[in-house]
Design a protein around this ligand. Sequence first.
Ligand code: SAM
Length: 243
Amino acid sequence: THFGFADVALERKQGLVDDVFHKVAERYDVMNDVMSGGLHRVWKDVMVGMVKPSRTAPFRHLDVAGGTGDVARRVARAGGPLTEVTVLDINHDMLRVGRDRLAEKARDFRYVAGNAESLPLPANRFDCYTIAFGIRNVPRIPLALAEAHRVLKRGGRFLCLEFSAVDVPGLDKVYEAFSFKVIPRMGQAIAGDAEPYRYLVESIRRFPGVDTFSDMIAEAGFRRVAATRLTGGVVTIHSAWKL
Ligand code: SAM
């Protein structure tokens, strides 16, 4: 039994994605660590290392599909007292788990429930926009990119961390086997449900290649689009500027 994604209409895709994350919200952080062998932490560190928030001047950061706040926490740590971090996610369960976790550290994050395709935020507001493992879940990626461009200030930076097609011979086979066999089984064992993880793996496979995605970013109006592959291309960071 699988979702038959090829037949799933665009409008239904968001519903499926939401079901996945409602189901896994409580276990999401554990699953991340188990499935990536902790590597997601390294990948997030690398991306946030590119954010470089000012330690003295005001810096407004927006993390879209922010989930439980992993990226937001890192940006806040890297920034100064005038760094303002907004976490946006379509799923309030994910935001709630993140908020509970962040509560201990008396840090003021702004939480916004909203859709990456139509951000409930003003234009020209943010110095940096990040999205980590989120863009492949968005049904209409060009809309999300256009919205990213709209809310960024001129001179603002777009950063996207996402799984990509593996380009190291041999590793691709291992990765395929891992993602299609091992990940759904881990999902079954840890979260009690393999289906959401089958969906996630499928969404990685369907995501456009690194060059196609770079073109899409440029089409949204961004300049100086660059892609950095990490870990043999298991993930890629796309960077671009609103100039
Ligand atoms: N960025 C976090 C991280 O790296 O740990 C969470 C990534 S999680 C794999 C994907 C997140 O995207 C989920 O929290 C989900 O609710 C959110 N999401 C899915 N579709 C979205 C949309 N259209 N707009 C905003 N967020 C969305």
